[in-house]
Design a protein around this ligand. Structure first.
Ligand code: RFL
Ligand code: PHB
Length: 389
């Protein structure tokens, strides 16, 4: 089979890229290891930057997002019983949109199916050959049959555990990693959100986050130990711990109910360089991971897609390889800034096992500075709503 672009991974980055290319007449094949239901069953991101919203518009997939997404002009930061608001609109003129990654992916699948684009599900043993030659190949097994694709370009959109990154030789690849000594326990419940905007809380018992999906669907997280498993936490224990980490007025207003999903995610910062090897281009979690504190993972995957889509369009429309040649540097420049912000926001809000009294005092001083300093709030707002691309 011949195609212009082979996209490995049918998560949000792969599907968004496929749909954007399709709108410009560039053919692609998407290879996904799981079933569609499995991909749509993953509860992940909830906050979208305007950059991603614009890409969804360009992909022709933003109608439901505009109808059902919630516009947020700010967020709350709490520590102890103190709580203050960072106003995105005043500082940047830009809001964020609360709309689940699951829904983004669902809209992209619907568009892909409507446009008749190829998605191969449940592919196994994907292998990339000759990425550094003019004739790359991708082979894979589906339904027991080995198949081969001869694309012009390969987009590695297969997430952190995918195969694409591994196809770049170790002699070329450099990886940077920071593991945080805790995880996030997340609960989804059919209860009204405790507040109309998100609340990020630093408490002596550890971090907590109040988020949402809609008027009757709340998403809450608490920092937990890496050795915990979701089954260690009954719903009652989760709600009790969450309440203890929130300012008392918020805790009193919290409506609890049975969890409909409960999972633990480790926190990690990771960047691989370069993001291009010959005709293979890495996008999204395949190339980098940020801790979820800044809500940046999906949004940074989207900025990669923007750079790659723009470069491929330029190539197919003008023959110029300039965008392809600068892809890795362009994407990484933004990735590192986002990594910095996610690391900073995580460091500000979590309790570290080895944190000294000094470290704790400095953390509180930084929160106090952020609460009272307009320039600090402007810097946070600029990063939270998304650096330009
Ligand atoms: P994905 O979503 O991991 O998709 C990769 C796809 O590739 C498939 N795959 C393969 N396919 C073929 N062959 C192989 N060998 C393959 N190996 C893997 C996988 O099955 C999958 O379908 O990566 P992508 O598309 O780059 O998207 C990245 C985002 O999913 C991720 O960054 C975000 O979810 C991170 N994240 C958040 N991001 C935000 O921007 N805002 C948020 O509020 C936010 N909250 C979160 C998050 C991630 C979380 N977890 C669970 C890690 C909250 C949490 C709790
Ligand atoms: C979420 O709603 O899942 C969410 C929101 C903000 C974050 C992380 C996750 O920073």
């Amino acid at each position: 089979m011949k195609t212009q672009v082979c996209i490995i991974g049918g998560g949000p980055s792969g599907l968004l890229l496929a749909q954007l290319l399709h709108r410009r007449g560039i053919a692609s094949v998407v290879l996904e290891r799981k079933t569609k239901d499995y991909v749509l069953g993953r509860i992940r991101a909830g906050v979208l930057e305007q950059g991603l919203v614009r890409l969804m518009e360009e992909a022709g997939c933003a109608d439901r997002l505009h109808r059902e997404g919630f516009v947020h002009d700010g967020t709350l930061v709490a520590y102890g019983d103190e709580m203050f608001r960072v106003d995105f609109s005043r500082h940047t003129g830009t809001p964020v949109i609360v709309y689940g990654q699951t829904e983004v992916t669902r809209d992209l699948y619907a568009a892909r199916e409507a446009s008749g684009g190829v998605i191969e599900y449940e592919v196994e043993d994907v292998e990339i050959l000759g990425a550094d030659t003019d004739a790359p190949q991708v082979s894979y097994t589906v339904g027991g049959e080995r198949r081969r694709i001869f694309p012009q370009f390969i987009a590695g959109c297969d997430g952190f555990h995918g195969v694409s990154r591994q196809a770049i030789p170790l002699s070329v690849r450099r990886e940077y990693e920071k593991i945080y000594p805790f995880g996030w326990l997340g609960v989804l419940s059919e209860t009204p959100p405790v507040n109309h905007e998100l609340i990020y809380a630093n408490s002596p018992r550890g971090f907590a986050l109040c988020s949402m999906r809609n008027e009757n669907l709340s998403r809450y997280y608490i920092q937990c130990s890496l050795s915990d498993s979701p089954s260690d936490w009954t719903d009652a224990a989760f709600w009790q711990e969450l309440k203890r980490r929130l300012p008392s007025t918020v805790a009193q207003a919290l409506v609890t109910g049975p969890s409909i999903e409960k999972s633990i995610a480790p926190l990690r910062s990771f960047v691989t360089e370069p993001m291009r090897w010959g005709r293979l281009f890495l996008c999204g979690d395949a190339a980098h991971i940020v801790p979820p504190t800044g809500a940046k993972g999906l949004n940074t995957a989207a900025s990669d897609v923007h750079y790659l889509y723009t470069a491929l369009r330029q190539f197919y429309e003008t023959g110029s390889e300039a965008g392809l040649d600068s892809y890795s540097a362009d994407a990484l420049a933004r990735v590192w800034k986002v990594s910095r912000f996610s690391w900073w926001f995580s460091s500000l809000l979590h309790r570290y096992p080895d944190q000294s009294e000094f470290d704790h005092k400095v953390q509180l001083a930084e929160l106090e500075f952020l609460r009272t300093n307009d320039a600090a709030q402007a810097a946070m707002a600029e990063n939270y709503v998304g650096l330009p691309y």
